[in-house]
Design a protein around this ligand. Structure first.
Ligand code: AMP
Length: 170
């Protein structure tokens, strides 16, 4: 199934100059969801994964499904102030602004094998910050995978130390 048919382009959202990739048409179609999950799982086939860490909020849609498929635990990486227990915090630069991410300090054990997942790789700042949090906890990042990558923003440069896979490239 060609998943690009289920990705909608929204110009100038959330601000002028941003070509936003809207995945809600994909989420709304059960066959497309199933195919997307199978394709994401295939990217990491044959590798043992202890935890799937995903980035708030659109990373959560497939992050939890991937964790179930891979018999792994799920770890939410969230915006500041959302996680209730003790956290580590990492600031980062967005394609459209500045933000920070947090992870629970006990979410990943030293040496655990982690798959990082998000919907979109744009400038790479978000995924880099998430990788930093995982590595501060002693996790080993096996792969960073994305539904889609905006290649012209070269986010992959920030993730050079890791294996990066995306289903669609723009
Ligand atoms: P970045 O840190 O620039 O790689 O941005 C990645 C994060 O921002 C992901 O969590 C995406 O959900 C979101 N994002 C950034 N740019 C876009 C875009 N053009 N379309 C959809 N989501 C985006």
């Amino acid at each position: 199934m060609n998943l690009s048919e289920y990705i909608r382009n929204i110009e100038d959202f959330p601000k002028a100059g941003v070509h936003f990739k809207d995945i809600t048409p994909l989420l709304a179609n059960s066959a497309a969801m199933e195919s997307c999950l199978q394709q994401l799982t295939a990217l990491i086939a044959g590798q043992k994964i202890d935890k799937v860490a995903a980035i708030e909020s659109r990373g959560f849609f497939f992050g939890t499904l991937l964790a179930q498929k891979l018999n792994a635990g799920f770890v939410p990486i969230r915006k500041p102030g959302k996680l209730p227990y003790n956290t580590l915090k990492e600031p980062y630069l967005l394609e459209y602004g500045m933000d920070a991410l947090e992870i629970h300090e006990d979410a990943i054990k030293k040496g655990e094998r982690v798959l990082l997942h998000d919907d979109v790789l744009a400038t790479g700042g978000t995924a880099r910050a998430a990788c930093n949090l995982i590595e501060q906890l002693g996790g080993e990042i096996v792969q960073c995978n994305f539904l889609l990558e905006l290649e012209f923003l070269n986010g992959i440069k920030k993730l050079r130390a890791h294996s990066v896979q995306s289903l669609l490239k723009y």
